[in-house]
Design a protein around this ligand. Structure first.
Ligand code: FO1
Length: 317
């Protein structure tokens, strides 16, 4: 049993790579829901949908989010009515949000709805939200406090970030599948995807009990660095880390996850930093971490699993 912690596009790509090599009963993908929000009366779960669409092979590879071959008639009509169009909901994507919103209104949990949507999309593997409780990522900036999608999409990550917080986190419980995985005696490995550590992974780690469990775990945990050559592969991770005074490097990522992981996969371009990361007590694998196609995704998944297996072997030796 492999537990994967994932955010948006980086998480979806590695999750798809892992899913292509592991049988459904051996993989649980727990996804960030701090980006969720209610928009136009609909419950949008962007990271859950991104992971589902990639696993279903329905994703738009260029945008990263949303469905391939999407049309935008709803957006055009919405604009004509004078309603806000800064957050783009494609015509086909809209169906996902309508079904989710309807089912939540009928008292289904987000886990149940995600399971239903996954099955309908033909996904064999288990995708679960990090929590069924409402957690909302809040971005504190020099321009004021912003809801996540306001900062991320409407303002295109332009404001300078001073802090990130997660509204509702103190009262949030891990989702039932997440709780079961943490207690599963067959749990073999934890993989942290190359998702934004501050915006996508930290919300998952901040759910009460999760950090403590990770610190006390008896199985290897490995992460794949989302920072390559001092830059984020996608999104504002590098910008935010810099604004918060953090080290924008693979060493900075190693320090961020210190005590929570045993190994880090870094890109060949960062090879020179490997000894410094090992100096923090972590095992390191150097490889190509930029996932341009499914072959890259599968290869990176294999490398992450091999690093975890190597750490487990070392622990037993
Ligand atoms: N990201 C954008 O940059 N612009 C959008 O208009 C947008 C719409 C959107 C609709 C549905 C959905 O599931 C995701 C969407 N995203 C959009 C991505 C979203 O903002 C994600 O939270 C981020 O990609 C962070 O993971």
């Amino acid at each position: 049993m492999i537990l994967v912690l994932a955010g948006g596009v980086g998480g979806a790509k590695l999750a798809q790579g892992l899913a292509s090599q592991l049988p459904p009963e051996e993989l649980l993908i727990v996804v960030n829901t701090g980006d969720d929000f209610i928009h136009l009366g609909l419950h949008i779960s962007p990271d859950v949908d991104t992971v589902m669409y990639w696993l279903a092979g329905l994703n738009d590879r260029i945008r990263g989010w949303g469905l391939a071959g999407e049309t935008w008639n709803f957006m055009t009509a919405l604009g004509r009515l004078g309603d806000p169009t800064w957050f783009r909901l494609g015509d086909s994507d809209l169906a996902t949000h309508v079904v989710r919103t309807q089912r939540l209104a009928c008292s289904e949990t987000l886990s149940e709805v995600t399971r239903h949507l996954s099955r309908q999309l033909g996904i064999a593997h288990h995708v679960a939200p990090m929590s069924d409780d409402s957690v909302r990522t809040i971005i504190h900036t020099t321009d004021g406090t912003l809801a996540f999608q306001d900062y991320f999409v409407r303002l295109r990550c332009a404001p300078t970030v001073t802090a990130v917080s997660f509204d509702g986190i103190e009262k949030a419980a891990p989702s039932p599948a997440f709780i079961a995985a943490m207690a599963d005696p067959h749990l073999r490995t934890i993989v942290i995807c190359p998702s934004n550590p501050l915006l996508s992974i930290d919300p998952i780690l901040s759910i009460p009990g999760v950090l403590q469990w990770l610190r006390q775990r008896r199985v290897p945990a490995v992460a794949v660095s989302p920072i390559v050559g001092g830059q984020a592969i996608k999104g504002p991770a590098a910008k935010i880390l810099r604004e918060l005074g953090r080290d924008v490097s693979v060493l900075g990522i190693a320090e961020h996850y210190r005590g929570l992981i045993d190994g880090l996969v870094i890109d060949a371009i960062d090879e020179i930093t490997a000894p410094a990361i090992e100096g923090l007590g972590l095992s390191v694998t150097v490889t190509n971490t930029v996932m341009a196609n499914l072959d890259d995704q599968k290869a990176l998944a294999s490398v992450a699993l091999a690093l975890a297996a190597q750490i487990a072997d070392g622990a037993h030796a």
